[in-house]
Design a binder for this molecule. Structure first.
Ligand SMILES: [Zn+2]
Length: 275
């Protein structure tokens, strides 16, 4: 829904949402353009509608992009520009939360940028990043790309990297991920979530010793003392503390943070697109 203030990132499973995906001319949200947008509307865990269109970016699509998504200049030459498509997308989404893979650092940035460019507005819909959820709840997986999760859950990956196929795939993945987020599963894996924002609590080392801090920092500053009963039953419980103690606590926050990126890749828009 058009608005003056953007929505917030949620860390929970919802049954009503729109999962969406963009294909672009490249990975920079400063210089690249959208060439395809697709969305799948889900109500009460059931797919009820789909939205998909190619977009004419008004510029050449680099070969590297075409190699990934198979979309060429020729395919988009008669497609509409992104302005009318974006308006249609906002109408399609309505008030539902958005879901997508790596949308916090990729897709939402393109959407916000172009809403501002074309309409001087933003959208107030909250959004859920399945990459963030996967990294928090499936720590046992080495890679968290959409195709990695699909193969983990036995979901068909035919036609991956085209927006609508990725949306359909991610809708199934989001449903599977809900099974990782139950209290029972969290207890089994020793995962503690923040009561304020739902992000996973991670062990940090501060000037007074180890404690749990919300991984949503700095947006959420919730912390929790470590009790013997909190000790994870499985997983790498000493890993965080060990790595943190090697770093100096920062002067402003009093504690240090783990790099939560995948394999050292930057967790930012102009980094690597984790799709
Ligand atoms: Zn929090």
């Amino acid at each position: 829904m058009f608005s003056n203030a953007p929505g917030k990132s949620l860390n929970e499973y919802v049954k009503d949402y729109v999962v969406f995906d963009l294909e672009t001319t490249g990975i920079s949200c400063s210089f690249d353009e959208v060439i395809e947008i697709s969305a799948v509307k889900v109500v009460n865990e059931t797919v009820v509608d789909e939205f998909s269109t190619l977009v004419n970016p008004g510029r050449h699509i680099p070969e590297e992009a075409s190699d990934v998504n198979g979309i060429t200049d020729d395919m988009v030459k008669n497609a509409p520009g992104f302005k009318p498509v974006l308006k249609e997308f906002v109408d399609f989404v309505g008030e539902l939360p958005l879901v997508g893979h790596n949308i916090n650092s990729f897709d939402m940035k393109f959407i916000y940028r172009d809403l501002n460019k074309f309409f001087g507005m933003t959208i107030s819909n909250d959004y859920i990043d399945t990459l963030k959820i996967s990294r928090a709840y499936l720590k046992e997986l080495k890679h968290h790309r959409l195709v990695d999760l699909a193969s983990y859950y036995g979901i068909d990956t035919t036609g991956a990297h085209r927006a609508l196929n990725d949306c359909r795939m991610n809708q199934k993945i989001f449903f599977c991920l809900s099974g990782e987020m139950t209290e029972e599963k969290k207890n089994e894996k020793g995962i503690i979530t923040c009561p304020k924002c739902g992000s996973v609590m991670v062990q940090r080392t501060g000037v007074y010793g180890p404690f749990y801090g919300c991984s949503g920092y700095p947006v959420c500053k919730f912390t929790k003392n470590i009790k013997a009963t909190d000790t994870p039953k499985t997983g790498k419980k000493s890993d965080c503390a060990g790595k943190s103690s090697a770093k100096k606590p920062s002067a402003t926050s009093g504690f240090t943070f783990e790099d939560d990126s995948d394999g050292g890749l930057p967790w930012m828009c102009n980094g690597v697109r984790v799709k």
